[in-house]
Write a protein that binds this ligand. Structure first.
Ligand SMILES: [Zn+2]
Length: 505
């Protein structure tokens, strides 16, 4: 008889500094699925579930029992009702499954809900209480996860993406399924060592194919060549959370070799700590960034990473727009703005006509304010299109009703809802070709690097205020434990041997 493994994917990356809460509608935008659709969607998207499916089909040993597929766009903390709904869907789905031999989950790892800073720890702990200690629980994570002791204590084993941009989502699913299979066959007795590293780093240097991150990831892959090592999972956490027990982490899973797991985890944590200063960036102020962009040969991308729509920011910062108006930019410039009231006003006057509006700066008043602008409405769209390729393979975008407002040579794509700020289709879908512009503003840190590689001459990163800045000292943390680098730049730290889980709970 085939072994039965419950599978689910629950994914949202929270920015604690986002002014907007995440609701069930944010999940419904991508779809909330139960039953067979979980598996067919996973296969189609080639996400972690796709990897689980492939492994189960190849080995022929397992029957997958689909429970839930729920993915939400990056944003603020989940409302309590949203979290309760998703948690119960997942936990009840598992508890009502007959004859369960294992639980295999794909989680993001940095999802926060109102009053619950560690949602994944909360969910995994609840599942563990239901399934007991004899049924293995294995989880895959995004490597921007904020790993916690509670997560580590709840699982038998875990794996994480090794690549950013995340090109190995499917392969990570395969690795998780393989770990589960080895446990079920009795081939391994997983032993976990966990190191929390008190550092956070800006997203500017998150690409794993570049230094300094490449060196750290290569080190772990070398460790995995040892036969006793089952997996090394590294977590350079995303930098926009405000939760206790926060920072980078390293998890080493060995086959019943506790001292080795402890030693390798300490080594890899020390290596991360030793290179902490290499991640600090010192980007030019907005006035300087605009001046540089005007003078350079175009197209130049200015990355407004502090208003990253894929990082949880609202996408309506006016800091760069104000600076461009002040410097009277007279080269073709594209930028985006989320402002439903301005869209409404523009549609009321109609394409071809002029209007004066107070644009943007409304959703995050602590960081920017509206700018009064007179322009002409030159285009409108329903804001719907599909992005194919990239980390998420396929995204159906709905920016809401969208218009182009033109003031001099500045063309502003104004939408009712959030846009995928890293993708040129935000402009192209409404008739603006980024190749024709001198300056293009993107609302992300590095997410545009692939999508814009054939278009841009270079990217200029700038130090604006916002919900997702690279200058982490700009953020007003309230809950993080201190000291934490770089908020406490002179702090000292060395890895210590942590309490670990050894296949029992
Ligand atoms: Zn990530």
């Amino acid at each position: 008889m085939k072994k039965r493994i419950a599978v689910a994917r629950l994914f949202q990356e929270t920015s604690s500094f986002s002014p907007r809460k995440t609701t069930l509608d944010d999940f419904r935008q991508f779809g909330l699925y139960y039953g067979e659709k979980v598996l067919s969607l996973g296969r189609e998207l080639r996400d972690e579930i796709g990897g689980f499916c492939n492994f189960a089909e190849q080995s022929g040993e397992y029957e997958l029992v689909p429970v839930l597929w729920a993915v939400g766009w990056t944003g603020g903390a989940l409302t309590s009702e949203t979290f309760d709904f998703l948690k119960h869907g997942l936990v009840n789905g598992i508890s009502s499954t007959d004859r369960l031999d294992g639980v295999l989950l794909a989680l993001h790892g940095s999802m926060v809900a109102e009053g619950i800073p560690d949602t994944e720890g909360d969910i995994l702990d609840s599942i563990r209480r239901i399934i007991g200690t004899s049924v293995p629980l294995v989880t895959t994570f995004d490597h921007h996860a904020n790993m916690t002791q509670r997560i580590v204590d709840s699982v038998d084993g875990l794996v994480a993406y090794n690549q950013c941009p995340h090109g190995d989502v499917y392969e990570t699913g395969l690795a998780g399924a393989r770990m589960m299979a080895r446990i079920l066959r009795g081939e391994i007795l997983p032993t976990i060592a966990f190191q929390k590293i008190p550092m956070i780093t800006p997203a500017d240097k998150f690409e794993t194919e570049k230094f300094p991150l490449k060196r750290w990831f290569d080190m772990a892959r070398t460790m995995e060549e040892r036969s006793e090592v089952v997996a090394v999972a590294q977590f350079p956490v995303q930098p926009w959370l405000d939760v206790p027990e926060y920072g980078w982490s390293a998890v080493v899973v060995t086959d019943n070799e506790k001292p080795l797991a402890d030693k390798l985890a300490a080594d890899i944590a020390q290596a991360a700590w030793d290179q902490r200063r290499e991640f600090v960036v010192n980007n030019p102020a907005p006035d300087e960034a605009v001046r540089m962009a005007i003078e350079e040969e175009g197209p130049i991308v200015i990355a407004d990473g502090a208003d990253a729509t894929n990082g949880g920011a609202p996408g309506d910062s006016t800091i760069l727009l104000k600076e461009m108006l002040k410097q009277r930019v007279d080269k073709t410039t594209f930028l985006t703005m989320v402002d439903p009231a301005a869209v409404q006003a523009a549609l009321a006057v109609g394409v071809g006509n002029a209007l004066t509006v107070d644009l943007g700066g409304k959703l995050d008043p602590a960081n920017s304010s509206p700018v009064r602008l007179t322009g002409r409405v030159t285009a409108c769209s329903d804001g719907k299109f599909k992005i194919v390729g990239g980390s998420h393979h396929a995204i159906s975008v709905d920016m809401g009703r969208t218009v182009v407002l033109q003031a001099g040579k500045i063309h502003i794509v104004v939408s009712e809802k959030l846009n995928p700020g890293h993708d040129p289709l935000v402009y192209r879908h409404i008739g603006l070709e980024p190749k024709d512009a001198h300056i293009i503003v993107v609302k992300c840190v590095v997410g545009h690097m692939n999508a814009y590689s054939a278009i841009m001459k270079k990217t200029i990163w700038t130090d604006c205020p916002g919900a997702t800045p690279s200058n982490l000292a700009r953020l007003k943390h309230r809950y993080v434990q201190r000291p934490l680098y770089p908020l406490d730049p002179e702090m000292v730290w060395t890895p210590k041997i942590e309490r670990a889980t050894a296949g029992t709970h």
